[in-house]
Write a protein that binds this ligand. Sequence first.
Ligand SMILES: NC(=O)c1ccc[n+]([C@@H]2O[C@H](COP(=O)([O-])OP(=O)(O)OC[C@H]3O[C@@H](n4cnc5c(N)ncnc54)[C@H](OP(=O)(O)O)[C@@H]3O)[C@@H](O)[C@H]2O)c1
Length: 370
Amino acid sequence: MTTPTQLFTEISSQGELKITLDEVKMPTPKPHEVVVEIQAAPINPSDMWPMFGPADLREASLSGNTLSAPVHKGMLPRIKSRLDQKLPIGNEGAGIVVAAGEDPKAQALIGKMVAVLSGATYAKYCCVPIQAVMLHNEGTTALQAASSFVNPLTALSMVETMRQEGHKALVHTAAASSLGIMLNKICMAEGIELVNIVRKQEQVEILESLGAKYICNSSSDSFKKDLYLAIEETGATLAFDAIGGGELVSDILTAMEMVGSKDATGFNTYGSADNKQVYIYGGLDFSPTTLNRAYGMTWSIGGWLLMRFLGKLDIKQVLAMHKRVADEIDSTFKLDFSAELTLAEVLEPKNIAAYNAKKTGEKYYVNPSK
Ligand SMILES: NC(=O)c1ccc[n+]([C@@H]2O[C@H](COP(=O)([O-])OP(=O)(O)OC[C@H]3O[C@@H](n4cnc5c(N)ncnc54)[C@H](OP(=O)(O)O)[C@@H]3O)[C@@H](O)[C@H]2O)c1
């Protein structure tokens, strides 16, 4: 077989990150597996930690097909399970099935456009079990299908979490993200009130142009008042926070509590009885989460991860989500990428600085077949 290329990451116990572009043989699929020739694989925020870990990218250097960067020794105990192992990268991607195992369900996928969730998509060929495949409709391109799992399923699962946990509206932060745009479209289609928190005026404008009703700009002097009013109108008691660091989680809970207690009379020692829940589902800001605990005693903050949530759903529900994503890939789940990179270009420090900035409207993808 040919010698496709693939990106790998390794952090040594001496404190050095190396990302290499290697030649690997085309995998041979097991009976229930397919091999996908990847044509487009997004570089999402959730790819950064597997790729770079806590390496100091300001010190990164490229030599041939190897990117190196130091990792502070004090960080190594936090990542000891991955030390000295060469690991594949790339959470998701899309392309054509070019080989399949003997299982008829695998064989039926040959020649089809699919998206995959694998952890090894920054590679020309990606071998996955058929359960990790989302079949796309005829006519869908790899670029359209590239972002089928991470953000679309998370946005759908946020709404599902809201329903399961008995909330009626949502608050979302970093809300002009690719995911935030999908979530707005889902909420509008399903009549769910969504309070969007952004940090810049241009992000307000992006969401306004989509038709979003509640947009609060955390840079505005009236932010806390705006947030209170939006939560009062929507009755939101559940928030998904992509940022993590700083006081925003606390501000959201404070606003929810102020709304919940606004009609309280007499002693209100323990605050409102409705549960106020914030899930921190991203780490856009690694600084500490500061809690000012002025929100009574009925609140929770938790972590939230797509794969663990999907694992609790009935398989029929997951497959229904797959079908919706495939059917609405060019509307609800449409993502306009800003730039294409080859596997080699992923390693260039100037490109790393650009995609690692995770800026609004700047989503890169890798084309390993280029
Ligand atoms: N837990 C899970 O299972 C799961 C699944 C999917 C996605 N996620 C998370 O979802 C988030 C969004 O992903 P995406 O692919 O949609 O992102 P994206 O399109 O790359 O957009 C990132 C957004 O975050 C904003 N941002 C970056 N740093 C920020 C900060 N420190 N404070 C406030 N805003 C900041 C950016 O705004 P600026 O232009 O102003 O920087 C931009 O609007 C990520 O945190 C990702 O890790 C989690």
